[in-house]
Design a protein around this ligand. Structure first.
Ligand code: PHE
Length: 341
């Protein structure tokens, strides 16, 4: 076979080999076989050295053309393969963008947010305003102005998260009482919902992050009767049923007298369960008359002004309403839990 014939048959051989390739790897292998360093065409070109100058010219030209032709065939095959894969992918990953969506796949408000809004409605209808405050607070607002002594155990590291700059994560929304007393002119009525933090061992009824609604009324001749009336209005509205309550003395440095308003556990109806720690009752509403020291600390004359305050735990309220037996669900982000509300 002459050199020319050999080149022509190599072209055909290469083209037939390349057209059978079905992947990048096969294409690369086939390329090496013909036009690579040790490829068949390269070998043939080495034979040119033995030829005359005239022959070198003509056959060299043919050989170069052959190389170009094989390479362009190879690139075409590569592009065709790419397109083939793309089409297969398109078919496999088909998405019908016009398919009607399921109208029920909507988010809902967190159950704690829902009850917070409800409580805001109840109180604004009774003439209260809604106040806000920051989650990082000063010792002054969270403790000192609320008549906590310097060595009060609630300041202890066991209960409170401190920040490195000497501030703290508020342990109760009562810090907003202090802001209200400083910024508002009595008489006033406010509630203040918010997230609070305690350095707690977490279990079915304790979280390190939870929600409260603070309430505060300051005016002339405000009495315990006003407090009890307001609390009963709130609870009957929230539970839409008569709940059993009891009032016990309770100690908080910023109220005098102070109370614990308990409600009978709605999860077990008083029989005892993990939510009420087997007691049948839940501490739901600590409250009391504002301590004279708190009023005078804020510059208000305690002989003229009196008031009451309460701190409602929202997590427990929601647990009671729906019979939820573990507080940890609220912060869990578990959609199977949240989708129920
Ligand atoms: N801040 C108190 C607590 O979180 C609750 C409270 C509020 C008590 C208002 C009395 C009056 O424990």
């Amino acid at each position: 076979m002459s050199l020319l014939e050999e080149i022509n048959s190599l072209i055909l051989e290469a083209e037939s080999s390349l057209s059978k390739c079905n992947s990048e790897e096969e294409l690369d292998a086939s390329k090496n076989l013909f036009v690579g360093k040790k490829g068949k065409l390269t070998q043939v070109l080495k034979g040119l050295a033995a030829l005359s100058v005239e022959e070198k010219k003509t056959i060299g030209k043919v050989a170069n053309e052959a190389q170009v032709r094989i390479e362009s065939f190879l690139e075409n095959r590569r592009a065709a393969l790419k397109e083939e894969f793309y089409q297969i992918k398109l078919k496999e990953e088909f998405i019908d963008a016009l398919r009607p969506v399921n109208g029920n796949e909507r988010g809902t408000l967190h159950p704690i947010t829902q009850i917070q809004y409800e409580i805001e409605d109840i109180f604004t209808s009774m003439g209260f305003s809604v106040m806000d405050g920051p989650e990082v607070e000063t010792d002054e607002n969270n403790f000192a102005a609320l008549n906590f002594t310097e060595d009060h155990p609630a300041r202890d590291m066991q209960d409170t998260f401190y920040t490195t700059d000497g501030n703290l994560l508020r342990t109760h929304t009562s810090a907003i009482q202090v802001r209200a007393l400083r910024n508002l002119k009595p008489p006033f009525r406010i509630i203040a919902p918010g997230r609070v933090f305690r350095y707690e061992e977490v279990d079915a009824s304790h979280e390190n992050t939870f929600y409260q609604v603070e309430g505060m009324v300051v005016g002339e001749n405000i009495s315990i009767a006003n407090l009890i009336y307001t609390m009963e209005t709130l609870l009957s509205s929230v539970f839409r049923t008569s709940v059993k309550t009891r009032l016990r003395p309770g100690y908080f440095p910023f109220v005098e007298p102070g109370f614990e308003l308990d409600i009978q556990c709605l999860v077990c109806e008083g029989k005892g369960c993990s939510v009420c720690k087997q007691s049948g009752w839940l501490e739901l509403l600590p409250c009391g008359l504002i301590h004279p020291n708190v009023l005078s600390h804020a510059g208000h004359d305690p002989k003229k002004w009196t008031g009451f305050a309460f701190g409602l735990g929202l997590d427990r309220l929601v647990m009671m309403r729906y019979g939820i037996n573990d507080i940890r669900y609220f912060q869990s982000g578990n959609l199977r839990f949240l989708n129920q509300f």
